[in-house]
Design a protein around this ligand. Structure first.
Ligand SMILES: [Zn+2]
Length: 346
């Protein structure tokens, strides 16, 4: 038995494979995948695999996940650049922490600070929604490469700073060779952003589905009434009457099949593909803060981001998402920091 795969990685892997033509079927917490031959060859896998199963686990650093990352990035052009930041904040960090971070169940204080470099990635994803009509577009998702947190606004704000682009042969070593976690989270996040972009499209489609289902129901109800009434015609033989009764009995089944067809017609298939990435090296201030929860204390590193002029989100110890609204959960000898969603599901 292997443990359940990470839901984020499973979504990433299944979206990616689907966008490359795989057919997927949920099987418990794993996904049975039928791969087209060229995808199977690329991934060095048979044409039928159990994604997240024993032979194809989704674990950071596993050869299979590495091949998926290569698949997601091999045709994605990447631009590397360093932002020139004219001024880095030097003091006032205690106030900044108390203003930016909402911490519940613990106390926080800034203990040290140092200038450092941080890497961010803006991933440009293309989405295509296919139903009875088609809609396409691009979304941009900015993430911190070290935490995978989404840095809201960075995709536009970075343009306000002068930058120096690096040619492929001179990419500085600060950039991680395989920023899987950041990339996975960016593509996963792109799904959420896409859903917002598509909300009008979704609701228009649901309206049309609702209307067509209602018309179908009304049509069959009217037909049933008409057929019932026709049973009383004097010139019908008993055999004809029986035949008509059998037809009336079949109507609900026929109607449900028609409604099923409509649901299939309006079902939505959304595929998201990474199209380009911008990786930015940004001078930042790293803050060490001490968090005291009951009698336990822990030290956490926070990043003051000069582009957004605020602290980057803190990584949730449970789901890996980022938030500046954090709940401390001190048990035994450790303090876990949870985002509002994970705290709510505690
Ligand atoms: Zn969380």
């Amino acid at each position: 038995m292997t443990s359940s795969p990470d839901p984020g990685l499973l979504t990433f892997a299944s979206n990616l494979m689907e966008s490359h033509g795989a057919l997927l079927e949920q099987e418990d917490k794993r996904i049975l995948s039928l791969l087209p031959p060229e995808l199977a060859r690329f991934l060095n896998a048979p044409e039928e695999i159990l994604l997240g199963g024993e032979n194809y686990p989704l674990l950071y650093g596993s050869p299979f996940l590495d091949s998926l990352i290569r698949l997601a990035t091999h045709d994605v052009p990447v631009l590397y650049a360093r932002l020139n930041i004219p001024y880095l904040k030097k003091d006032g960090f205690d106030r900044l922490v108390s203003e930016d971070v909402q911490l519940f169940g613990a106390r926080i204080k800034s203990v040290a600070q140092a200038e450092a470099n941080a890497c961010y990635m803006v991933v440009i994803c293309h989405y295509r929604a296919l139903s009875d009509e088609r809609k396409e577009g691009l979304v941009q998702v900015p993430v911190s490469e070290s935490t995978g947190s989404v840095i809201e606004g960075l995709e536009e704000l970075w343009k306000e700073f002068p930058f120096e682009a690096f040619p492929d042969s001179r990419v500085p070593p600060q950039f991680d060779l395989m920023p899987e976690q950041a990339l996975t989270r960016a593509i996963d996040q792109a799904r959420g952003v896409t859903q917002e972009e598509l909300s009008t499209f979704f609701s228009g489609m649901r309206r049309r589905l609702y209307r067509d289902v209602r018309n179908t129901r009304e049509y069959y109800q009217a037909l049933a009434v008409e057929m019932e009434q026709s049973l009383s015609h004097h010139n019908l033989t008993e055999a004809q009457r029986e035949d008509r009764r059998a037809k009336i009995a079949e109507l609900p089944k026929e109607m449900n099949a028609k409604i099923g067809d409509l649901e299939r017609k309006y079902s939505l298939k959304v595929t998201i593909t990474g199209r380009a990435a911008l990786r930015l090296l940004v001078p930042v201030v790293r803050l060490m803060v001490q968090i005291n929860c009951r009698k336990i204390s822990t030290t956490v590193s926070l990043t003051w981001n000069p582009v957004t002029r605020r602290l980057d989100p803190i990584r949730c110890d449970r789901c890996g998402g980022g938030s500046l609204r954090i709940y401390a959960d001190g048990r035994d000898t450790t303090v876990r920091l949870l985002c509002p969603m994970c705290n709510g599901s505690n």
